[in-house]
Design a protein around this ligand. Structure first.
Ligand code: SER
Length: 318
């Protein structure tokens, strides 16, 4: 088998930092080049790292050529809430960054490309419960519009240029190793930090706002399972629905209270409520299960226990 050389773009982000470590385990640290617009922090700095602005096509192309890259994980993007504050830049980064990567894949015959889509590609008239793979998609945020358009671009490059591009529509991703990054689902990350530091949390969504969510370990597993699957098993070249769990702020607060009885949550919905209300409440991921064997491992109870057991230790080291 040809030696694999992996490029991760946006490696400093919430998903990127954990996925990079998953790739180290799979391919060896020396074969993974992590990049970001910002300098590496923490564990990321112990591996190969370079500064890369994916919008600079020549920088990207040079890096791919020099390192003989065979796979790209392109994760750099502006998330939903931040994107609404700077829509033109969110569109520029999310779209032109992806197209630069797809062009590099054609130019340098990159073997596989990974790019994440999101539940944000759905919209208010999408069926909200067990949202099917193929359905109405009318995203209302610039982030969601860029994800929907990105899905179309991926499928187009697959059909017209044979690029082996693969994608998942992530639910809200919950991890504790990096701080939240401007998403609407990120209340469910922040809540753990505040539960430990202040024993209270003010939530920007209403108590009964159900959203599809996934623990970071499951997200890394889903991504690597998809990328390791034989090409003939990948039937969907836009982006696969994947589900982990589904909960609302009142439910995660109750789960945290089981570990921290004095924890209190209050509610003060802001502009992010409308974003959350436009998204599905739960996802039907049967295609991912059938095509490449997807199966999540974490529910709300297991995730909460794992985070509250490990986060205090991590907070002591930073
Ligand atoms: N987690 C993202 C957000 O809230 C959705 O993909 O923006």
């Amino acid at each position: 088998m040809k030696k694999q050389r992996i490029l991760v773009i946006g490696a400093g982000g919430q998903l990127g930092s954990e996925l990079t470590q998953g790739l180290w385990n799979l391919y060896g640290k020396e074969n993974v080049m992590a990049t970001d617009v910002k300098d590496a922090e923490g564990v990321l700095a112990t591996g190969n790292f370079e500064i890369l602005d994916v919008l600079q096509q020549d920088q990207l192309f040079n890096l791919v050529r020099k390192n003989q890259i065979t796979q790209v994980y392109h994760l750099a993007a502006i998330l939903s809430a931040t994107g609404e504050k700077n829509p033109k830049f969110a569109w520029h980064l999310n779209m032109d960054g992806l197209i630069n990567v797809l062009d590099a894949a054609v130019e340098y015959k990159i073997e596989k490309v990974y790019w994440p889509s999101s539940i944000a590609a759905f919209g208010p008239t999408t069926p909200k419960i067990k949202t099917p793979q193929h359905t109405v998609m009318d995203p209302t945020t610039i982030y969601g519009i860029s994800k929907q358009a990105g899905e179309r671009w991926c499928e187009w490059y697959f059909k017209n240029h044979g690029v082996d591009v693969r994608s998942l529509r992530y639910p809200g991703l919950i991890g504790y190793k990096t701080k939240p990054g401007g998403g609407t689902t990120d209340y469910a990350v922040d809540i753990f930090f505040k539960a430990l530091s202040d024993k209270k949390f003010e939530c920007f969504l209403k108590p009964d706002t159900y959203l599809p969510m996934m623990y970071m370990d499951d997200a890394v597993k889903a991504t690597l399972d998809l990328m390791e699957a034989p090409a003939e098993k990948i039937k969907i070249r836009s982006s696969y629905n994947v589900a982990g769990m589904s909960f609302c702020p009142a439910e995660i607060a109750a789960e945290i209270k089981k570990h921290i009885p004095e924890f209190e949550i209050t509610y003060h919905p802001d502009f992010r409520q409308a974003i959350a209300d436009s998204w599905p409440k739960s996802i039907n991921d049967s295609e991912a299960r059938i095509d490449w064997g997807w199966e999540p491992q974490f529910d709300l109870t297991r995730m909460t226990k794992e985070i509250l057991e490990n986060l205090p230790q991590l907070l002591q080291t930073i």
